[in-house]
Design a protein around this ligand. Structure first.
Ligand SMILES: [Zn+2]
Length: 857
């Protein structure tokens, strides 16, 4: 009997009903299944009863048909006899009666009845026992737990029918993706004052996503993720006491009450990772977690005094405690004085040692605060991200396309969409600060014709605005998925995106997004270290590697399908070592398609040799300091400023550069603190210095940060030679202007330009030799500044590769390339680089423009 019933019932079904202000939506997937066997993948689960009423079925097909016939019959009779449509509530009572009479017989699991009568829209749920309940929104069937979460979040009582349609579709779609019993397309019907309407158009629009599902095997396999969890459970020794396995974004988190065992025997985890090729993290079961105050006491007692404990941050979402110390080398993982495993067992918190920065970073502090207050949301989010990533693959074969949405044939608004049958990933999401119209300023997401909930992931290569400046807008408009980037990219983006709001306001423009959208970026971010192979969707793995451009900048290696296609996107790269960062990584196991930047893509775009640049810099600065003058260096806060600090510190220490105070103002100190917080991402020698010695060059005695306007007096005092480094880099606002007004009129001073000056900026005019410029003062008055000091331009500190470096980067790539694409450069630069690569390396190469769709595989 039981098997018989099982066979009849529609197990895998998701139906959704929503009552809007002007009508009702009924929505359901199209597959009839018995157990997990797909019986028929074209089942109509929405039935019209009469012009003003319809219902959804979840249950035995034959029985449901029978019920529909009964209801239709009565609706007809009622209309004929009274000349009026039968009230929806009467239909519901009738339905309940039929169920009641058939009690004990496994009739139908659930009915959603929707309609529009004299009283307006009506949505009623009738369960198998005949209970009748009026609803605003409701979902039934095996996918309902998934759909329900979405409905709860999005339902409002003032929804229009159009809104309700979109929400219902999303809810059923979400259930289809996550529930193996539900699937094969969606039907949707609306009922309003104009009557019942089954919408086949939506069904067509969605079908591209489900077309692969139609072709796949009839018998479902266990989702891959369940196999992985089973493998983990059988491979982990009993002593590990694993209490739970759960997703934490792209990783599998193993919870244990005795963390010591796995932490001390770390080969167990590393072997397992090799076997299952998934990332695993050890987490401590919350039940043994001590409260923060007690843990703080234990840590204060246990952290060696000489390590100099500065701060602690408790991340309740992960159960990790970041411990910031001045001397991290005294708290190594297995240090006798501070054993991590022991501390974990004692406190229930997993310790993570961090180098404290010279000055505390406000950015990191505020991110920590955001993480703290969103802790429970983040746990949920990470779990959902994991469920999405490890959902079963639908497609059998890999097809890979690239849609160019911005940053092709131009510098600015870098953005592209990588699509496979199973996933859609947005790579970079920048703005074009130089553009005049919105069409030119923002990525062409409109052209890509995607909705934000279709995106599986956003990957951000580095923090510059032309790569990340549009991201907060995506979140403002409802992107809910993960953002993958490196750990330092997160605070760098935060700093830069918040600053963009300030700049917009200062210039009298309306910012595109608010602070809260920037903080939402932090909450949805999933950071991954260089080199870690990370699943970001069912058929795409991502590896980020050092790009050498700015702190945390990454090349993105997408490994698609079972390795059928490997796509490497360089982002902005520096193939050449600097004092700050290592040279860009060229070691990729396989690359079929390479997408490379071409900022300096012309043959004549050659930067002087690094050693030469430094000597020129030293000589140039010395000549001014020796005469008692001041050197003003306008500079962008991120990257170049830190590079210059290192150069100055090293040459002053060696005696080559005249010792003089170095004053800094603007966001430089904050950006420097972020560099200090992530020494793992810096060039090897510097990392060693910061992590293993007291000799931190960013903490050099030469540097004075000016936090207040009063501090400027000291820097500007007559007859005291000094170096002043201030933002912004092109003299377009920021504290540098105040210095400029004072320094420019005096012949013994010098203004030194080490970064690119865009046409039309004040910086460019001064660099090109203007002897008099007028600038807008704070009080709105125009001030005329005479430029009597010398000016000099010094190339070679660039964070970009020059032409030769770009060519050698391609040359050094180990694997055989099938194709090269060139982007991120003025058209003629991209064209030239593309041509050079084709000629020199005999590989197919082109330079697409914005709004092209390219089939990669
Ligand atoms: Zn950049």
């Amino acid at each position: 009997m039981t098997t018989n019933i099982e066979d009849k019932i529609l197990h895998g079904t998701t139906t959704v009903g929503i009552k809007a202000s002007d009508g009702v939506v009924l929505c359901a997937d199209m597959r009839a299944s018995a157990g997990y066997f797909i019986a028929n993948n074209n089942t109509m689960k929405i039935q019209k009863i009469y012009d003003h009423a319809g219902l959804t079925l979840a249950g035995g097909v034959a029985d449901a048909q029978n019920l529909t016939d009964i209801l239709r019959y009565h609706a007809n009779i009622h209309a004929i006899q009274t000349n009026e449509n039968i009230p929806i509530r009467s239909l519901a009572r009738l339905c309940s009666l039929v169920f009641h009479q058939n009690r004990g017989y496994p009739f139908i699991a659930d009915i959603l009845l929707g309609g529009y009568d004299r009283d307006g829209p009506e949505l009623i749920n009738i369960d198998q026992f005949g209970s009748v309940e009026q609803k605003s929104y409701v979902t039934t069937g095996s996918g309902s737990p998934v759909a329900y979460g979405l409905l709860e979040d999005e339902y409002r009582n003032d929804l229009t029918l159009e809104d309700a349609k979109a929400i219902a579709l999303r809810a059923v779609k979400a259930a289809i993706v996550r529930n193996i019993g539900t699937g094969d397309g969606i039907n949707i019907a609306t009922i309003d004052k104009n009557g019942f309407q089954l919408l086949t158009k939506e069904q067509k629009n969605l079908s591209f996503r489900f077309s692969d599902l139609m072709q796949k095997k009839q018998q479902q396999e266990l989702p891959n993720s369940q196999n992985i969890m089973a493998t983990i459970l059988t491979s982990i020794p009993k002593e590990a006491n694993v209490t739970k396995i759960d997703y934490e974004g792209p990783r599998f988190a193993l919870y244990t009450k005795t963390p010591r065992f796995l932490m001390e025997n770390n080969t167990i985890i590393s072997n397992l990772v090799k076997e299952i090729k998934k990332r695993i993290v050890i987490r401590i079961d919350e039940s043994i977690r001590k409260n923060e105050d007690d843990t703080r006491k234990i840590l204060i007692e246990n952290v060696p005094k000489e390590a100099n404990l500065q701060a602690m941050f408790f991340d309740t979402a992960t159960g990790e405690v970041s411990i910031e110390v001045k001397r991290p080398w005294l708290c190594q993982r297995n240090a006798e004085e501070f054993n991590h495993a022991e501390i974990a067992e004692k406190t229930g918190w997993k310790p993570r040692i961090r180098k404290s920065t010279t000055k505390p970073s406000n950015t990191i502090k505020s991110i920590n605060y955001q993480l703290k207050i969103s802790s429970s949301d983040r746990v949920k989010h990470l779990k959902q991200v994991g469920e999405q990533i490890f959902r079963p693959r639908l497609a059998q074969k890999s097809e890979v396309s690239l849609l160019t949405l911005g940053g092709f044939g131009q510098v600015g608004r870098s953005c592209m969409l990588l699509t496979t049958p199973d996933s859609k990933v947005l790579v970079d999401c920048g703005i074009n600060p130089g553009a005049r119209t919105p069409r030119e300023s923002f990525p062409r997401l409109d052209w890509a014709n995607i909705t934000l909930d279709e995106l599986d992931a956003v990957v951000i290569g580095h923090a510059h605005l032309d790569h990340s400046g549009f991201l907060p807008v995506l979140l403002k408009y409802g992107y809910k998925g993960p953002i993958f980037c490196t750990e330092p990219t997160l605070p760098m983006m935060n700093l830069i995106q918040l600053d963009a709001i300030k700049v917009a306001l200062a210039q009298g423009r309306t910012p595109m997004y608010a602070d809260r959208d920037v903080f939402q970026v932090m909450r949805q971010a999933v950071t991954i270290p260089y080199g870690a192979v990370t699943d970001i969707s069912p058929d795409i793995k991502l590896v980020l590697s050092n790009a050498g451009h700015i702190l945390g900048s990454a090349t993105c290696h997408f490994h698609i399908g079972n390795g059928e296609h490997n796509f490497v996107y360089t982002g902005d790269i520096k193939y050449g070592k600097s004092m700050l960062l290592e040279s860009a990584n060229t070691n990729y196991p396989r690359v079929e398609t390479l997408l490379i930047e071409s900022t300096y893509g012309l043959k004549e775009d050659i930067q002087p040799d690094r050693q030469e640049v430094e000597s020129t810099f030293v000589a140039s600065v010395n000549s001014v300091l020796k005469e008692g003058g001041k050197v003003l260096i306008p500079i962008p806060a991120v990257g170049r400023a830190q590079e210059l600090m290192l150069v100055i510190d090293q040459y002053m220490k060696s005696g080559d550069l005249v010792e003089a105070p170095v004053f800094m103002e603007g966001m430089i100190q904050e950006a420097t603190a972020i560099h200090e917080a992530f020494p793992e991402y810096l060039v090897r020698d510097l990392k060693k210095k910061i992590l293993e010695t007291d000799d931190n060059p960013f903490d050099s005695e030469y540097f004075t940060n000016i936090e207040h306007q009063d501090g400027r007096d000291e820097a500007l005092r007559d007859d005291s030679p000094c170096i002043i480094i201030a933002t912004s880099g092109m003299l377009e606002g920021g504290p540098v202007l105040e210095y400029f007004k004072n320094i420019a009129p005096h012949t013994k001073n010098k203004i030194l330009f080490v970064s690119y000056q865009v046409n039309g900026t004040l910086g460019r005019r001064v660099m090109d030799g203007a002897r008099q410029v007028s600038i807008l003062g704070k009080d709105g008055k125009i001030e005329v500044v005479s430029i009597n000091c010398s000016t000099e331009r010094l190339d070679g500190f660039s964070g970009h590769s020059d032409y030769n470096q770009l060519m050698s980067f391609v040359h050094r790539l180990r694997p055989k390339l099938r194709r090269v694409l060139v982007n991120h450069g003025e058209k003629r630069k991209s064209e030239n680089l593309s041509m050079s690569i084709r000629r020199m390396y005999k590989v197919s190469s082109h330079y697409p423009q914005v709004q092209e769709a390219i089939k990669l595989f």
